[in-house]
Design a binder for this molecule. Sequence first.
Ligand code: NI
Length: 341
Amino acid sequence: MQNKFKNYNFNLKTGELLKFSDICNENKYGDVEKIIETNLKKVEDTTSQTSKNENVNLASTLKDYDLNDFLLKNNSICFYTKNKSELSLLNKLEIPMRDLNKYINVNVLNNNTSFQKSQNIIEKAIPAPEPVIIPKQNAINKNQKMIALTFDDGPHPIYTQEILNALSAANGHATFFVVGNNASKYPKILKNIIAQGSQIGNHSLTHTQLTKLNANKINEEINGTRDIVYKATKTYPDIIRPPYGSVNQTVQSTTKQPLILWNIDTLDWKTRDKQKTINSVISNAKDGSIVLMHDLYPTSKDAAVSIIDILSKKGYQLVTISELFSTKNKELKPGMVYTGI
Ligand code: NI
């Protein structure tokens, strides 16, 4: 993954983030947009041949640009595309100040107090912000043992987040099989799961035993949660953990997704005992294990935080279900049941 960056401009007096419209004269924002479009056309004409040759996609419409992501220079203003990387030369559009003079707030640019502030912005604020680095995922080492922790029945607004924090600290991932009715209440947690590098799986909409349902109802249970997860994260969960681990032929043929069970059952929901939960994992852990836990209980959360630490120190890589199977070159097939590697 390439590093990404974004420019932030601040009014140093108030500490407020400057939007581009803040430095435009009243009602002139639209004029500036037109100038940007004109300049884009020019750039497009002069570089279209190059871009064709080098097979690069040139951002060519105003919509490709985030006008609040700008850099003030002495004689120009640079605007940047929304999806850019520092390796691409075609992610910025530099517009000469002479084209913009009429539309820019003279109080910001004239040599008065606020100009001084503005210069400070140029000299300090702009070079200072470090690029926002999206961390690279560490590659998984095929030859090092790995384990997939899975958490059912959540998300929980506090415990799930604490488990994510512990995973991040250990540079690990896990899989969260969410119940749709719960998940719909915490879209932010769903997003955080994905952003952390962990995986979301489908644990049905209402936590009903799917083997008691007909195909239509099974579809409602599965698709309901798929839609909720997609709405929050723009990704679909593509693995299922059937509630209670109950599977039959109808479930297998209807769901059309891999059905993921486990081979280490902590019984954390039953014992509600941190130490017992820790022991059940640590004494049974093997390369390729899938561990069943629940992120709804404080004892399970506390246990998970310890387990993450202990397993990491024992040399286990903490991986998602998808990472586990892909690293081990095992295909996950629709309707098939898996309990581990
Ligand atoms: Ni469950």
